[in-house]
Design a protein around this ligand. Structure first.
Ligand SMILES: [Zn+2]
Length: 148
């Protein structure tokens, strides 16, 4: 039996400069490439571009998965639930009135927050070096790996 050995393949350093933490998050939140801030991050409402047209950062390889909806639920919940409790306590409206106000509000706020939250999440992942290259072989067109 061969004893366990640490992998000789180390995680490569990203080939793109890392902007400061809040810069990366802010650029992503306003639909800009987290690395250069010069080009749009999204190709659709929530579809991240395959790569930045300006700096060629591999934005499409970043897998934000369920993090943006999770953060959006946390943010919207912290807005809607206190408002519901305040309205209920002060006015005691009928249940249908509460539903007529807060269900559409929750939907609209979720749609408003989801895109900037996803952009900020992509910016955070880019800042942390989670560019997707640590999970598999390079895609065609990826620049050569540095370090490691
Ligand atoms: Zn860029």
């Amino acid at each position: 039996m061969v004893p366990w050995q640490p992998s000789s393949r180390s995680v490569p350093a990203p080939a793109w400069p890392k902007p400061p933490f809040w810069t990366a998050l802010g650029r992503g939140a306003v639909n800009r490439c987290p690395i250069c801030g010069q080009a749009p991050l999204f190709a659709g409402f929530l579809r991240v571009r395959d790569s930045c047209p300006h700096c060629e950062a591999p934005l499409g390889r970043i897998r934000a998965d369920d993090a943006p909806p999770y953060f959006t639920i946390v943010i919207v919940g912290h807005i809607v639930i206190p408002l519901m409790l305040m309205v209920e306590r002060q006015h005691e409206p009928a249940l249908w009135v509460m539903a007529a106000i807060f269900l559409p509000m929750t939907l609209v706020l979720s749609l408003l927050f989801l895109r900037p939250v996803k952009g900020a999440t992509v910016g955070l992942m880019m800042r942390l070096g989670l560019t997707g290259r640590e999970q598999g072989p390079d895609a065609p067109g990826d620049p050569p790996r540095t370090g490691g």
